[in-house]
Design a protein around this ligand. Structure first.
Ligand code: SF4
Length: 499
């Protein structure tokens, strides 16, 4: 999961790009990058939060009327600058590209690109593979000026070769901006415009919240398997559905990743979380527990927790206070420091916990370590009972579509039953949302939506490959997973949605 943005404007767009990346900071805090164009490409990429990567001197250098930007959440690749997006290719015309997702056959493609095309993919990042596929298919057509037909053909070729999820934005020097999604549309991508006088600027972004904040009007989503080309000369927008498959967006975007104020694929993230909360409340109600307060694990669980509290008619309160100014913890050396860091990030408020029977709401339970530590912290603060409710069903399977879900063996729900998990995390009772309830809560927002991905919960991989094949690819790629993301990142980073 990463944040991706493309802006085709008229004058200096780097400030808008910076602001856009800040709005998508929750989608990736590991690194950030911008490549802008004003007749030449200008690059700034580094590790860290957006505010740490771009200083005044960098912003002054990022001149240009077009730019592609990225916030990185590493699922594949080493912790080296070579893997940080966007990527730049020289031909045709000069192309900059960034994407969000995971091309799971990237290792084979990398090899193919080297042996057949005699091009070197220098990084472990899928974006560079996509860049090579796209630019090769464009160059092959030898265009004097890029036309929509060239783009459609090139994206069709990418669709045929790249397997997995990829919501992609590319800018071709002096030709225009290209955006496309994989045939299943797993990761989100929206587009918008902003008109001032006779000039219209265009934007592509991972979430609609970026458009709201920057004052762009939402045109809509880039559809699954669709390509969009904005010709730089006449600023006309061309769209074509290149490959037709059932749309299978990631349901976890609605559960946890996306900001609640975003609308993705016509579905409000906020409303989905409210519906998930209400449905889970019905299940909790049946247990007839004596509950004093409902407390969310901040931040993503708040919306569902509020809905649960309303439905149960029980007081909602904040009992865990989050320090928003703590950066990444996964670079901290040693387990002790990481364990301590959860206390730095989340402080239990004794006043609201002591002597109380608490219904604690979280979005999901992955390894269980964070849940265990939170329960322990609350018990240490005097909580009498802790009933834990996860508004996502047990996470039992890995994700091949760009989310850093640990191997099956590391997932607490892989082998343990709900009662065993409850015991393991030290809670007095554990509730999980039902798969059907979560599915219905999300899909309800869009009448045209027929299906969604819930593979990490139900094990149904719907992109035409078996779990076995996906896992084989995953283990191929795990050799390159020596980055800090999995080994050193504690799962509270994944669960706490640090901004
Ligand atoms: Fe999203 Fe889970 Fe599907 Fe991955 S497996 S795309 S996290 S729903």
């Amino acid at each position: 999961m990463c944040g991706v943005v493309g802006i085709l404007g008229h004058d200096y767009v780097a400030q808008d790009m910076y602001d856009a990346l800040v709005t998508l900071q929750h989608r990736g805090q590991d690194a950030a990058g911008i490549i802008s164009f004003n007749g030449r490409f200008h690059t700034r990429k580094d590790f860290g939060l957006v505010r740490d990567v771009f200083h005044t001197r960098h912003m002054k250098r990022l001149q240009g009327y077009a730019a592609v930007g990225h916030t990185r959440y590493p699922t594949i690749g080493k912790n080296v600058l070579e893997d940080v997006q966007p990527f730049l290719g020289p031909a045709p015309f000069g192309v900059v590209l960034a994407h969000n997702g995971n091309v799971y056959n990237a290792p084979e493609l990398r090899e193919e690109i080297f042996t057949k095309d005699h091009r070197l993919v220098n990084s472990d990042c899928d974006a560079e593979v996509l860049l090579n596929l796209l630019t090769k298919a464009l160059t092959k057509q030898n265009p004097d000026h890029l036309k929509p037909e060239h783009v459609w053909k090139a994206v069709e070729s990418v669709h045929k070769r790249a397997k997995g999820s990829y919501s992609t934005v590319a800018y071709v020097a002096k030709q225009g901006m290209i955006a496309f999604r994989d045939p299943y549309g797993v990761r989100p991508l929206v587009m918008g415009k902003r008109t001032s006088g006779l000039a219209t600027d265009y934007i592509f972004a991972s979430e609609s919240v970026t458009l709201d904040i920057l004052g762009f009007e939402l045109i809509g989503d880039v559809g699954p398997g669709e390509a969009v080309f904005i010709d730089e000369k006449d600023r006309k927008v061309y769209r074509k559905r290149i490959t037709r498959r059932t749309h299978i967006p990631c349901i976890f975007e609605y559960v946890y990743f996306a900001r609640p104020d975003s609308i993705l694929d016509d579905i409000s993230v906020h409303k989905s979380r409210v519906r998930m909360g209400r449905k889970l409340a019905v299940k909790i109600k049946k247990a007839k527990l004596d509950i004093d307060v409902v407390i969310p694990v901040p931040d993503s669980s708040r919306t569902a927790a509020l809905a649960i509290a309303e439905e149960l008619d029980i007081r909602y309160t904040e009992g865990l206070i989050k320090n928003r100014y703590i950066g990444r913890t996964f670079k901290m050396p040693g387990q002790k420091i990481r364990k301590k860091s959860i206390r730095y990030k989340l402080n239990p408020m004794k006043l609201e916990l002591e002597g109380k029977k608490i219904l604690l709401i979280d979005d999901s339970i992955v390894r269980g370590n964070t849940s265990r530590r939170i329960v322990q912290m609350m018990q240490d603060s005097g909580a009498k009972k802790i009933y834990f409710a996860s508004y996502y069903p047990p996470v039992k399977h890995t994700c091949p579509y760009g989310v850093d879900i640990p191997t099956k063996e590391e997932l607490i729900a892989h082998e343990l039953s709900v009662d065993e998990i409850c015991k393991s995390i030290g809670a007095d009772k554990l509730f999980y949302a039902d798969i059907k309830d979560v599915f219905d809560s999300c899909i309800k927002g869009n009448k045209n939506m027929k299906d969604m991905c819930m593979a990490c919960a139900d094990g149904k991989y719907k992109t035409g490959v078996t779990e076995k094949e996906l896992l084989a690819h995953a283990s191929d790629r795990s050799t390159s997973r020596i980055c800090a993301s999995l080994d050193e990142r504690s799962d509270q980073d994944q669960q706490l949605n640090l901004v």
